[in-house]
Design a protein around this ligand. Structure first.
Ligand code: SAM
Length: 241
C-alpha cells in the first residue's frame, strides 16, 4: 500500500459505509463463526478473571464495535456498563435496536469516533476490548491509541486484542484499506506502547480459509509514564509494498 494517511482512513470509511449493518457484514460473510468466536472469547476472559490481580467487572469498552456483536453476546453479560466506540454511525444506530431495551440500559455511551481520534477519560475501564479493527490503524496511531487506552484503564485493568495474524509478512488489503500484521509486528507495537503481553490464546475451530486469530491480554508495564497529550509523531504509512 502506498497512499497518504488520510486516504488510508477515508478509503476504509467508504468501504464500511457500503457494508450492511448485519453480523454477516461485520464478519465479511462469515457470520456463522460469531458464536464460536464469542464462546472462545468468554473462556479467555474468564481466565483473566481467575488471574492473581484480576480486572474488575464494572466497565468495559468495545472498540471498533460495529453493530455491537461482542457487546451483546459477551461484554454486556459480564460488565455493569459498556461503551461502544465505532466510527460508522449507521452501525451504532443499528446497535441500539440490535442490543434491545434490556441491554441498552447498560450501555454507558455510544461513541461515534474513529479510534485514531479516541481519547477516553482516565481511570474508567476494567477491560478494553479491541477486535478486528487494529488493521485499520497505522502503526503510529496504534501506539497513540494504546497510550490513550492505558490512560483510561482502572487499576488491574487490561486491554484485550483479538486480531487476524499472517503467517509471513504484513499483508495489505486494498479493498477495505487495512493491513494484517504478523504476530511479531503486533507484539512490537504492544511493546513500544508500554504493554506487557500477560496471556495469549489462539482461536480454534475457525474455517481453514481464514487467517489465524489470536487473543492477547495486555497490561501496562509497571512504572510506565505516558504523555497522551502528545500527537502521534512519525505517523507514516503502515506499509509500503
Ligand atoms: C471487521 S468489523 C468488526 C466489528 C466488531 N469488532 C466485531 O467483531 O463484530 C470492523 C469494524 O471496525 C470499524 N472501523 C474501521 N476503522 C475504524 C476506525 N479507524 N475507528 C473505529 N472503528 C473503525 C468498522 O466500521 C467496523 O465496524
Amino acid at each position: 500500500m502506498n497512499k497518504p494517511i488520510h486516504k488510508f482512513y477515508s478509503d476504509a470509511e467508504e468501504y464500511w459505509s457500503k457494508i450492511p449493518p448485519t453480523i454477516d457484514g461485520m464478519l465479511g460473510g462469515f457470520g456463522h463463526i460469531s458464536q464460536v468466536d464469542v464462546q472462545t472469547s468468554k473462556i479467555f476472559l474468564q481466565q483473566l478473571f481467575k488471574s492473581k490481580d484480576p480486572p474488575g467487572r464494572t466497565y468495559a469498552a468495545d472498540c471498533g464495535a460495529g453493530i455491537g456483536r461482542i457487546s451483546k453476546h459477551l461484554l454486556l453479560n459480564i460488565f455493569d456498563k459498556v461503551d461502544l466506540i465505532e466510527q460508522n454511525e449507521i452501525f451504532l444506530d443499528r446497535a441500539r435496536d440490535y442490543l434491545g431495551p434490556k441491554l441498552i440500559s447498560k450501555v454507558g455511551s455510544f461513541v461515534p469516533v474513529a479510534l485514531q481520534n479516541f481519547k477516553a477519560e482516565s481511570n474508567k475501564y476494567d477491560i478494553i476490548w479491541i477486535q478486528w479493527v487494529l488493521g485499520h490503524l497505522t502503526d503510529a496511531h496504534c501506539i497513540q491509541f494504546f497510550h490513550n487506552c492505558i490512560n483510561s484503564l482502572k487499576p488491574n485493568g487490561m486491554i484485550v486484542v483479538k486480531e487476524n495474524i499472517t503467517s509471513g509478512q504484513l499483508e495489505v488489503d486494498e479493498k477495505d484499506s487495512s493491513v494484517t500484521r504478523p504476530i511479531h509486528e503486533l507484539k512490537c507495537l504492544f511493546k513500544e506502547s508500554g504493554l506487557d503481553c500477560y496471556r495469549q490464546m489462539k482461536q480454534s475451530s475457525f474455517p481453514k480459509e481464514l487467517y489465524n486469530v489470536y487473543m492477547f491480554a495486555l497490561k501496562p508495564k509497571s512504572n510506565l509514564e505516558i504523555n497522551t497529550d502528545l500527537p502521534a509523531t512519525n505517523v507514516n504509512l503502515v506499509a509500503v509494498s
